[in-house]
Every structure is written in C-alpha cells, then in structure tokens.
Design a protein around this ligand. Structure first.
Ligand code: NAD
Ligand code: UDP
Length: 315
C-alpha cells in the first residue's frame, strides 16, 4: 500500500538518497529540511515528481502533519558543521527528537532515529557492540553531537516505554558516496576533493586512527529494512561496514585511485577524535538480514567519479 513518509533532513546526503529510494518504491515523500548543511541541488531531481513535497522547516520547532512513518535524519553530521553552532546541534538532536516523537505519538506511527557510532565516543571496546555504553567526554568539542544523539536515544526509548510509540533506532557508522557536499569537511569528501584538485591531502594526527566506511546504497538499504521490522524490533542496531582502515591508508588509497600528485600533510589531531571505530554488525545480520555489499574501492570509485563531475561543473 502507498504510504506517506516524512524524511527530516531529506535535503542532506543520506536523506536525499533515502527520498529517492522511497519514491522509487511508490511512496509519497514529504521532505523537511532547513538547509543548515543540506543542498537544494540534492532535491532538484524530485521537484517535478507529484509524489514529492518539500517543506522548509527547522525541527527544533513543532510541526503538524499527517504521515504514515517518520525517518528522523535532520542533524549536521560532519564534525566541522556540528561544532559550528553547538547549541543548535544539541537543540536539533533533543528538541527535534521531542517534536518528531510527539508527532509520531499523536499519529501512532513508527519513527526511525538516525543515531550514530558517536554514541560510543572514543571507544574502549573494539569493535563496538550495541551493549557497549560508550566513552564520551560530556564537555568536549564533540559533546553537542555525541550527547545530543545519546539524549535523543534516551527520548526514543522513553517514548516507547511510556507512550508505546513504535521506535526504531539505528546507529550509523561513517557513510560516504555521491551527493556528499564537496566542502562538508568529512574525511572522504575532503581527501577526494583535495586529491582531484592536486591540493595537499590533510591527514589529521599521525593517520593511525581508524574508521570503517559504508557505501551509501548499503546504508539506505539497512535503514529501510529497519523501518520494515515488526513493532518489537526497536534497536539500537549498528549499521556500518566492518572493514576497518587507518586514515593514513585511506589517504594513500584515494591518492592512488585519483592518480593525484598531491602531497600528504600531517596536521594536529582535533580534540577527542576517536582513536578507532568499527561496528559489530552481528545484530543487523540477525535481525535485519543485512550485511553491506560494497567494497571500499568500488564505493570510492563511484564517489570519485561523482566529485570529478561536480568539480567540472563548478569551473
Ligand atoms: P547531512 O549534514 O548531509 O544532512 C543532514 C540534513 O539535516 C541537512 O540537510 C541539514 O540541512 C538538515 N538539518 C540540520 N539541522 C536541521 C534542523 N534543525 N531542522 C531541519 N533540518 C535540519 O548529514 P548526513 O550524512 O546526511 O546525515 C544524516 C543523519 O544521519 C544525521 O542525523 C546524522 O547524525 C546521521 N549520521 C550520519 C552519518 C554519516 O556518516 N553520514 C554517520 C552517523 C550518523
Ligand atoms: N580527518 C582527516 N583529515 C580531514 C578530515 C578528517 O585526517 O581532512 C580525520 C579525522 O581526524 C578523523 C577521521 O578522519 O580521525 C574521520 O573524520 P570525519 O570528520 O570524516 O568523521 P568522524 O568519524 O571523526 O566523525
């Protein structure tokens, strides 16, 4: 049956891919965004689609709509952007969650929260299973995002227990792919753009810190599988690609794949930058029958092609 789905943050990187997939499946999509980090060009392809509707709105303020399900993705995800206005980041995570949960409660509909691996902070357990409570500095530079997302999870589970709202919480690990903003500050977009422009590739720290990178198509598939689960599957569930790479290796890989002559420079490591990060995805495998399928080199080559095109258009 055709559903009307609300996607908050639908103008962003992940949100625009999700809108595309929901429209392909025949749903009506309401995309809500305040363009804090999102781009209008991400939703241009849908603007003439009668099943698509856009609302410019900040989720820290209430909104009354009639929909069948909510994907709550609104929140800047890049450390550079979420630290730009930290109070707004916490408000988006916490007030935004309260507003969206209130909407879900009034309508009695499922709501999915895009949580994050950052709830584990700088983890002492590796790889990170959902049972791990994390290691977050509550007054550090990353706290507005990490603690905001942790509080949002608390709210989701309290609305589930107290009000019976069918909640779904996924903890997303670093995700990349086409439609990332070239200047959004995340490591993959930074390195590819620097390499293609023959500029210095900026590795922060000594490059030994690790991350695990998931291609966007795999991520969207996991998120949508989560929404389709029965009411008693609430999560939290990790979604990410367990392939783990050092940031130094990533820089070398991108330099090689772009055939770039860029030098690699080591700059100071930002405060509280997690030393390692890798998801344990046993739960996603068992409960969603989900495993990422795209190898890093394959995903990077699609992403490099996207940025090559994007930078050509800019010139
Ligand atoms: P993004 O910055 O590209 O997209 C976020 C979108 O939310 C943007 O379009 C932005 O304008 C919008 N937004 C921000 N504050 C808002 C507000 N108050 N009201 C309405 N819209 C608002 O980031 P993304 O990578 O697409 O991330 C989407 C979600 O997934 C975020 O919640 C993020 O925390 C989560 N996540 C992403 C990753 C990742 O690697 N991409 C990892 C972990 C979690
Ligand atoms: N990073 C880097 N150079 C950059 C941007 C990021 O070395 O130009 C590093 C950053 O210090 C972190 C990792 O890459 O260790 C991933 O950073 P990102 O901002 O993508 O997201 P995070 O996983 O830290 O939230």
């Amino acid at each position: 049956m055709k559903s009307t789905i609300l996607v908050t943050g639908g103008g962003g990187f992940l949100g625009s891919h999700l809108c595309a997939r929901l429209l392909e499946e025949g749903n009506e999509v309401i995309c809500l965004d305040n363009f804090f980090t999102g781009q209008k060009r991400n939703i241009y392809p849908f603007m003439n689609n009668p099943a698509f509707e856009f609302i410019r709105h900040d989720i820290t303020f209430p909104i009354f709509l009639e929909v069948d399900a909510i994907y709550n993705l609104a929140c800047p995800a890049s450390p550079v952007h979420y630290q730009r206005d930290p109070v707004q980041t916490t408000k988006t995570s916490v007030h935004g969650a309260i507003n969206m949960l209130g909407l879900a409660k009034r309508l009695g509909i499922p709501i999915l929260q895009a949580s994050t691996s950052e709830v584990y902070g700088d983890p002492e357990v590796h790889p990170q299973p959902e049972e791990y409570w994390g290691n977050v500095n509550p007054v550090g530079r990353r706290a507005c995002y990490d603690e905001g997302k942790r509080c949002a999870e608390t709210l989701f589970f309290d609305y589930y227990e107290q009000h019976g709202v069918p909640v779904k919480v996924v903890r997303i690990f670093n995700t990349y792919g086409p439609a990332m903003d070239p200047y959004d500050g995340r490591v993959i977009s930074n390195f590819i753009v620097q390499a293609l422009q023959q500029k210095t590739i900026t590795v922060q720290g000594d490059g030994s810190q690790t991350r695990s990178f998931c291609y966007v198509d795999d991520m969207v598939d996991g998120i949508m599988r989560m929404m389709r689960t029965s009411e008693n599957t609430t999560g939290p569930i990790n979604l990410g690609n367990p392939g783990e790479y050092t940031i130094g290796n990533l820089a070398e890989m991108i330099k090689r794949m772009t055939r770039s002559n860029s030098p690699i420079e080591y700059t100071p490591l930002p405060e509280n930058d997690p030393v390692r990060r890798c998801p344990d995805i046993t739960k996603a495998d068992n409960e969603l029958d989900w495993q990422p399928e795209t190898h890093l080199e394959t995903g990077l080559s699609h992403t490099i092609e996207y940025f090559r095109q994007k930078l050509k258009e800019e010139n």
